[in-house]
Design a protein around this ligand. Structure first.
Ligand SMILES: Nc1nc2c(ncn2[C@@H]2O[C@H](COP(=O)(O)OP(=O)(O)OP(=O)(O)O)[C@@H](O)[C@H]2O)c(=O)[nH]1
Ligand SMILES: [Mg+2]
Length: 344
């Protein structure tokens, strides 16, 4: 918030229309961007409506060629420290960098992994960088929606490098993979997934693996880890067959190996664009999200229908009493839903 002209603040005190906010975003107004992200995070129906109108306007008025990079890894692996250094390299090359966070745990703790921003102090001060802490108090679906929409808003405001920090616990990695072009997994020098607290399946999400904190006395250990991960990864087929997931050693703190990461990202994008995968993946992500949202919304509609919710309560007692099989209850529910919606 350091770069906001005070006059903007007063302008924003009066209510602005969705179009005015959207236009201001296109004109690279950071305060309008923050305002729009806050609207996206809101569950208030009026605010939701405004944010939908903003999104519609922007969909028709902007197209930024961006790269969306997810950066994942266990707590404390050094994601924020790397983002600070990497982000600075990008801004110094003339890019505009937005940093977003996926932290579903903040919906429980009301905390935020980027809350203190202390690891990104210099980047946070840069006029071509925008750092948005994760929103607190959202549901899992809410976090997903808010981050996806925030990415679009940042792109409309001209940010072409989107760095998404995701805490390596819970469902945040798959969420990040569902909204990014590239998934970078940070690991620590040391042997084995168990020791690193890495869940099964995460390594397979990675397009790029980096052994972080490969500095000082840890080089030897990092070299061994890199070798064992290279071996492990050679057993998996990446969705782009020609892509061999690189495993390199870096130090976010020292800035060592970051150029290499940028080269790997560029090589991945080049290959994925040549194969027609880059755009296809984004389209697939959008369609998958559409279906997921429909399932959630339809589920909610049903649960809120008194007829159906009464029946469900009744079914629960029948399950507790062991009177009927879930299979027959599901069949009965299916018929009830059909009748309910046929009559409308
Ligand atoms: N030695 C060394 N320490 C590092 C390196 N990168 C980060 N650290 C330290 O590791 C600690 C955690 O760094 P963060 O960047 O906050 O890690 P994080 O993954 O963002 O942590 P969470 O957001 O809490 O999941 C800090 O004390 C950093 O200074 C590195 O390359 N080498
Ligand atoms: Mg962090």
């Amino acid at each position: 918030m350091n770069h906001i002209n005070p006059s903007y603040r007063s302008k924003f005190k009066s209510k602005r229309s969705a179009t005015e906010i959207a236009k201001a975003i296109v004109e690279r107004d950071r305060f309008a961007l923050s305002k729009a992200i806050t609207l996206v995070e809101s569950s208030d129906p009026t605010k939701k409506q405004i944010s939908t109108e903003i999104a519609d306007y922007l969909a028709n008025h902007t197209s930024t060629k961006s790269i969306r990079i997810a950066i994942s890894g266990s707590p404390g692996v050094g994601k924020s420290t790397l983002i600070e250094k990497w982000g600075l390299q990008y801004v110094n090359q003339g890019h505009k960098v937005a940093v977003l966070a996926i932290d579903p745990s903040s919906s429980v703790t009301h905390g935020s992994i980027l809350g203190d921003k202390t690891r990104m102090e210099e980047l946070g001060q840069h006029r071509n960088a925008y750092i948005r802490p994760s929103a607190a108090g959202l549901t899992l679906g809410g976090v997903h929606h808010a981050t996806r929409e925030s990415i679009r808003l940042c792109e409309s405001a001209g940010y072409d490098i989107i760095l998404i920090e995701t805490v390596g616990v819970g469902q945040s990695e798959s969420m990040a993979a569902e909204m990014s072009d590239i998934f970078v997994l940070l690991l620590l020098p040391g042997a084995g997934d168990e020791i690193q607290g890495i869940k099964r399946g995460i390594v397979e999400l990675a397009d790029i693996v980096a052994i972080n904190k490969a500095d000082e006395d840890r080089i030897q250990l990092a070299t061994e880890s890199a070798k064992s991960y290279r071996n492990a990864l050679s057993l998996y087929h990446h969705p782009i067959l020609e892509w061999r997931v690189p495993v390199s050693m870096i130090s976010g703190l020292r800035g060592f190996g970051i150029n290499l990461l940028t080269d790997q990202v560029n090589a991945f994008c080049k290959l994925s664009k040549e194969k027609g995968e880059f755009d296809a993946k984004r389209i697939k992500q959008d369609i998958d999200w559409l279906y997921k949202t429909i399932e959630q919304e339809v589920g909610l509609l049903m649960y809120n229908n008194p007829n159906i919710s009464d029946t469900l309560t009744n079914f629960k007692s029948q399950i507790i009493e062991g009177k009927r099989s879930t299979h027959s209850l599901i069949n009965e529910l299916r018929s009830l839903i059909q009748r309910t919606y046929d009559n409308q």
